[in-house]
Design a binder for this molecule. Sequence first.
Ligand SMILES: Cc1cc2nc3c(=O)[nH]c(=O)nc-3n(C[C@H](O)[C@H](O)[C@H](O)COP(=O)(O)O)c2cc1C
Length: 189
Amino acid sequence: MKVLGVLGSPRVGGNSDILLEQALAGAKDAGAEVEKIVLSKKKISGCLDCGKCNETGVCAIQDDMLEIHKKILEADSIIHSCPVYFWAMTSQMKAYLDRWCAFFDAEWQWHKAYYPKMKGKKIGLITVCGDPNVSTADPIVHSFKTTCEFSGLHWLGVVQASAAVKGEIAKNEISKKEAYNLGKKGAST
Ligand SMILES: Cc1cc2nc3c(=O)[nH]c(=O)nc-3n(C[C@H](O)[C@H](O)[C@H](O)COP(=O)(O)O)c2cc1C
């Protein structure tokens, strides 16, 4: 069982990172092999909608997303963690998500070669917003959850937390436990 953590915050050691680490600890304790990708440390351009991947299944943009595509295919579960930036996901996370385009054909079906690995892949999400009202992150949840429903991915669930100052979430035992449990769920069959 492989669980991949994807960090959408550029603030390494920040709130989303702390909760993602909790999720990966939960997955590891449940016996999974875990890996974390910090998107801000990678070069990931936005999708160009050039359509080349519709034919080939391979993205035409030569950047770090090609290596991440392989890691997505190999993972059993992927836990994303992202702060709210202007009522939406960060630009790093959006560029990453748009590049999932490469897995689909022109009819938005999984490419045949990828279908066995993508079907039922488990997807989880952690959001952090400065606003005390955690539903501020609902647009991010909508984006990930709808992508799962649309494409037959398995939605593991979401942890929505609130914190503003870097590292502040470390004091929030409830959110940390929720994130840990999400990771644990990601590691179960
Ligand atoms: C550019 C920018 C935009 C932000 N926009 C919002 C927002 O719209 N709503 C909100 O509640 N918090 C907003 N925040 C606050 C972050 O979501 C908050 O500080 C969060 O804890 C950051 O998580 P991190 O430590 O994982 O980076 C914004 C922060 C930045 C830097």
